[in-house]
Design a protein. Structure first.
Length: 149
């Protein structure tokens, strides 16, 4: 498999799941702070991840590499069965080496959300937390940025 240095026309995308009390965010992000994110209440399993990878495939405009960690949801039999279909649609999945989540840029985003950007009051209720996380996601790239240069 060739590893393309282009995703959405420029950089590889990174994918991961952010979890906080009762809320999960599955996201695809590149180093230009382009973010495609999906908020989920409840558990995230391979079926959920496959659903969102399928949705993401519909948004890509050319050859795209998605960088993922070795989480069981990315290594499941169901996920592996989808790889040939996604490759036909122009999406390749690249696995990071084991035990190296620090190499996945989107993990930096989750750390910023959790430790830098969410204010204390957001944790006072589940509704506040969902509202705040969705606000950060919505405003990411404008109000909230990460400099990868």
């Amino acid at each position: 498999m060739a590893v393309y240095e282009k995703a959405r026309g420029e950089y590889p995308m990174n994918a991961s799941v952010y979890r906080s009390t009762g809320i999960a965010v599955l996201g695809f992000m590149n180093r230009r702070n382009d973010l495609e994110a999906y908020t989920i209440e409840g558990a995230v399993d391979s079926a959920v991840v496959i659903h969102f990878f399928n949705a993401f495939c519909k948004t890509i405009a050319g050859p795209t590499v998605v960088v993922v960690d070795n989480a069981s949801i990315h290594r499941s039999e169901a996920f592996q069965e989808e790889l040939p279909k996604w490759e036909k649609e122009g999406l390749w999945v690249f696995y990071l080496p084991e035990y190296s989540p620090q190499l996945n840029r989107i993990e930096i985003l989750w750390r910023f959300i959790k430790y830098e950007w969410i204010e204390f009051w957001a944790y006072t209720s589940f509704d506040h937390l969902v509202q705040y996380v969705e606000g950060v996601i919505r405003d990411f790239g404008d109000k909230y940025k990460i400099n990868f240069e």
